[in-house]
Design a protein around this ligand. Structure first.
Ligand SMILES: [Fe+2]
Ligand SMILES: [Fe+2]
Length: 277
C-alpha cells in the first residue's frame, strides 16, 4: 500500500507550471491514495471557495482517492462570515458530512482530525483547534480500534518533538494543536490508547532534511510533511512524503520537487510495531 502525504499546498494560482509539474511527478509514483494535511489554500490573500475548488481539481488529477482535513488557512474565505459556513463549504467540496472521520485502509485505520476554528479563536487564530466533541470521538475511536492507526492532522500535539518555527507565526503559542486548550489532553489520549503508530502533519512549511522532521514520542512516530509550492516553502526545500506500508514495515520516503525524484538520503524505515511492546 503506497500513499502520498501532501503538506501545505496553499494553492493561490501562482507558480502554476511548477505546481502542475510536481503533481505530474506525484502521479507517476502510482500511489493508491492521497492524504492532505490541510492548508490547501489561503496564506497569501487568496483563499475561499474558488481557490479550494481549483486545488481539489489538482488533487483529482492524480486519479486516486483523496482524503483531506482543514488547516488554519483553509478558513480564510472572505465570502464567509463564520467558521461554520467556511467549514461547511470545505466539507461540501470533499463530499463529506463531518469534519472528522475514520476509514479502513487494508490492515490499517486512518483517522482524520480536522481544524474547526479560526475567526472564533480568542488567543491565536492560527492555532489548530479540535473541539471537545472531536476529541471525545478520537478517544472512543482509538479505544475501539484493533488495527494500527495513522492520524492525519494539520499540526502535531505538544510533546511530539517535531521542529517548530519560534520566529514566525508558528511560535510557541500556536505551533501545536490545541496548545491553548488543555495542551496535555492529546498527549494523554495517545499515551492511554497506544494504537496510534503514525501521525502526519504539516503547518511549518519546512523541508524533510532535519533530524526532527520525524520524531518518536508519546508512543507514536510523528512525520512532518513539507510543501511543494515554490512560493510557500521557508527553507528552499519543496518536499512531499511517499509512504509504503507492507505489513508492519513502513518506509517513509521523500520526493524532492526541484530534483523531480525521490531523495534516497531522506528515506527512513520506521518500525511501526507498538512502541514499548
Ligand atoms: Fe500552511
Ligand atoms: Fe498551517
Amino acid at each position: 500500500m503506497r500513499f502520498v502525504v501532501l503538506g501545505d499546498l496553499h494553492w493561490d494560482g501562482r507558480c502554476e507550471a511548477a505546481v502542475r509539474e510536481a503533481f505530474a511527478d506525484l502521479r507517476a509514483l502510482a500511489p493508491d491514495f492521497i492524504l492532505s494535511v490541510g492548508d490547501l489554500t489561503g496564506g497569501s490573500g487568496v483563499g475561499g471557495g474558488k481557490a479550494l475548488r481549483e486545488a481539489k481539481a489538482l488533487l483529482d488529477g492524480l486519479g486516486v482517492p483523496v482524503h483531506a482535513v482543514a488547516g488554519n488557512h483553509d478558513f480564510e474565505g472572505a465570502e464567509f462570515s463564520t467558521d461554520r459556513e467556511n467549514l461547511d463549504d470545505f466539507l461540501s467540496v470533499f463530499g463529506r458530512q463531518t469534519p472528522w472521520y475514520a476509514r479502513d485502509f487494508g490492515a490499517w485505520k486512518g483517522v482524520f482530525l480536522c481544524n474547526e476554528r479560526f475567526r472564533d479563536h480568542t488567543v491565536q487564530r492560527h492555532e489548530v483547534y479540535l473541539s471537545p466533541a472531536q476529541l471525545a470521538w478520537f478517544e472512543e475511536t482509538l479505544a475501539r480500534a484493533s488495527a494500527p492507526v495513522f492520524v492525519v492532522c494539520h499540526a502535531s500535539p505538544l510533546g511530539s518533538g517535531l521542529r517548530i518555527l519560534p520566529e514566525l507565526h508558528l511560535r510557541g503559542g500556536n505551533a501545536y494543536v490545541n496548545q491553548n486548550y488543555e495542551p496535555g489532553r492529546i498527549a494523554h489520549i495517545l499515551l492511554s490508547h497506544p494504537g496510534v503508530r503514525l501521525w502526519f502533519s504539516g503547518h511549518t512549511h519546512l523541508g524533510h532534511q532535519y533530524p526532527d522532521a520525524i520524531s518518536r514520542a508519546l508512543g507514536a512516530h510523528f512525520v512532518h510533511c513539507g510543501t511543494l509550492h515554490p512560493g510557500q516553502n521557508r527553507d528552499g526545500k519543496r518536499h512531499s512524503r511517499v509512504v509504503d506500508l507492507v505489513g508492519e514495515g513502513c518506509t517513509v520516503a521523500t520526493i524532492d520537487h526541484d530534483l523531480r525524484r525521490l531523495d534516497g538520503t531522506l528515506e527512513r524505515k520506521i518500525d511501526v510495531r507498538r512502541l514499548g511492546a
